[in-house]
Design a protein around this ligand. Structure first.
Ligand code: UT7
Length: 324
């Protein structure tokens, strides 16, 4: 009994950018990108692929699976760092796009951990009011926030959206628990500025531009350790052994991070869901896209325990356990 996933959905823009195309943009190679990240392609938005539009399409797919319509939704939480406007929220644009007139809507920013944070928040809303139906969406157009001259970052990111519809269930399934963490002291290792300040007193001398800046190697080390700790703490908190987990669906940042995570946990590589090769790092969208893919591929049966885990700018990280 608890918060259950009634439907999942995803949407990727049509345009696919290959490593070979990136070779023409920056000093890189298909070989380097594949061996250092595992990524072969990523989807890049075009006209009609604003962050909220990807989100609305993913949400429509999730609603269809849930057998609900937009007017049934009470709350829309969108996790994103790449909305086309700072105000109104991306979630308000999604509400308008879907015609979800009954819902209130807001965004959260926890970078790549945004979906996991939003899921935990939505779980608490439903525990307080089991009648609520909630859309939780992770959506990004990171192509609009990428420095296309920086080979350290531009080969990694992609665009896309994933969504879940949540409600209350009386059966065995549902969200079991979550564990979330942040460390603002480490902000500089992975960050993105807003537009330069209009207040001269607050204007930074050298504006680094509105794009993602990352100390990749440092982030890599923290990511592996933090996700491992979050998983082990959550399993201990919920008194569930690691071998009871059917599938771990982690944030898709780099295949080497995921292989290292499997190695440190001592689980077989098949237990870790990986699709980073197709979509690159889609930040807040990566977990719900992967969850939808696993669900539609029938990798999850009723009763299976699935574990989501994330790591991102902030730093933010965490894990969520769900009984399917
Ligand atoms: O989503 C939120 C969390 N984000 C992450 O988890 C990302 C974590 N970090 C990573 O995935 C990896 O650190 C990267 C993929 C970003 C970089 O891989 P790396 O193996 O850590 O490479 P590095 O940054 O240590 O760079 C090694 C070399 C450098 O050259 P020198 O200094 O050794 O001559 C880089 O300049 O690779 C060079 N390099 C590249 N070469 C070809 C960096 N990017 C590229 C590139 N193509 N695209």
């Amino acid at each position: 009994m608890g918060t259950i996933i009634l439907g999942t959905g995803a949407y990727l823009p049509e345009r696919v950018l290959t490593n070979q195309e990136l070779e023409k943009i920056v000093d890189t190679s298909d070989e380097w990108i594949r061996t250092r990240t595992g990524i072969s392609t990523r989807h890049i938005g075009g006209k009609g692929d604003e962050t909220y539009q990807l989100a609305a399409k993913a949400a429509a797919n999730a609603l269809q699976m849930a057998g609900l319509s937009a007017v049934d939704i009470d709350l829309i939480i969108v996790a994103t760092i790449s909305s086309h406007m700072l105000m109104p929220s991306c979630a308000c644009f999604v509400q308008k796009e879907l015609g979800a007139g009954k819902a209130f809507a807001f965004d959260i920013n926890a970078a790549c951990s945004g979906f996991v944070y939003a899921l935990d928040m939505a779980d608490k809303y439903i525990l307080a009011d089991p009648g609520k139906k909630i859309l939780v969406i992770g959506t990004e157009t990171l192509s609009s926030r990428t420095n296309w001259e920086d080979r350290n970052t531009c080969v990694i990111f992609g665009d896309g959206a994933g969504a879940v519809v949540l409600g209350h269930g009386e059966g065995e399934g549902g969200i079991i628990g979550a564990n979330l963490f942040s460390d603002g002291n480490l902000w500089a290792l992975l960050h993105m500025h807003t537009a330069p300040s209009c207040n001269p007193e607050l204007l930074q001398a050298a504006s680094p531009g509105v794009h993602i800046v990352m100390e990749g190697r440092e982030v890599f080390k923290y990511a592996v350790k933090a996700m491992e700790e979050a998983i082990l703490k959550l399993l201990e908190q919920e008194q569930i052994p690691l071998d009871a987990i059917k599938l771990i669906i982690p944030h898709q940042a780099n295949i080497r991070i995921l292989n290292k995570l499997a190695e440190r946990l001592g689980v077989s590589a098949e237990k870790i869901f990986i699709n980073v090769q197709k979509y690159g790092n889609t930040s807040a969208a990566s977990i719900p896209i992967a969850l939808d893919e696993a669900n539609r591929a029938s990798r999850l049966e009723p009763g299976d325990i699935v574990l989501l885990c994330s790591f991102g700018g902030g730093f933010t990280w965490g894990a969520v356990l769900i009984r399917w």
